[in-house]
Ligand binder design. Sequence first.
Ligand SMILES: C[S@@+](CC[C@H](N)C(=O)[O-])C[C@H]1O[C@@H](n2cnc3c(N)ncnc32)[C@H](O)[C@@H]1O
Length: 226
Amino acid sequence: MFGSDSSPPLLTTPDGSLTALNARFGEAYGSRHGARSQAWHVFVEGSGTHVHPAPRVLEIGFGVGVNARATLAATAGSGAPLEYLAYEFDPVSTETLRGVSVGGEAEGHPAWEALLGAWDIAGERLKVQAGGAALEVRFEDVSTAELPRDWATALYLDGFSPSRNPEVWTPEFTARLAAALAPGGVLTTYSAAGHVRRALGAAGLEVERRPGAPGKRECLRAVRPL
Ligand SMILES: C[S@@+](CC[C@H](N)C(=O)[O-])C[C@H]1O[C@@H](n2cnc3c(N)ncnc32)[C@H](O)[C@@H]1O
């Protein structure tokens, strides 16, 4: 049974979407300035996943599923088959996942409903397939996990902030993430910190600063050359 969170407080953000507060890291899972806006702008649109004919998304980490639902919503109906693989080492409870999604996008997507239905009985990983989408969550520490290679068309780097959770922002880990991207794949992240840009560049990615989501001046996209 998951749920070390013991029902963390939910937070309504200015775009009307919900997120939650994480006690362990002392941060909100999504942007307090608009969780849905950040998911869409930084991750979905930033990586071009909404227009990809066969998107394969790798997410670090799954959190309360706002990015996953934004991706389901953006790809539903397009006919593009979605493969979504996320890592999460501290899963929230089903109650929290459901609570954050109430009234939100893709709340009724068959893959989301299947995920909620199986979340409590999952073992080391959970994989559901419904409505043209395959969603998989691996419940392990991504810093020591075996990542797919040359696979992701999009990589959402959404760990907590570099100051609170440095292990998913190191040059060594960033190099492993770069290797998980397919040629032409795009890594996106809300952080535009200089050391993150340098680590992505050192990993061989072409790094571009973009205007940020509400509340942030800039965010990053980094492309693995073809
Ligand atoms: C900012 S939140 C992600 C929010 C999420 N993308 C969403 O849409 O709700 C960061 C998440 O990464 C997870 N995380 C942080 N470090 C991790 C690690 N080393 N391995 C696996 N998950 C990790 C945290 O537990 C947390 O759920």
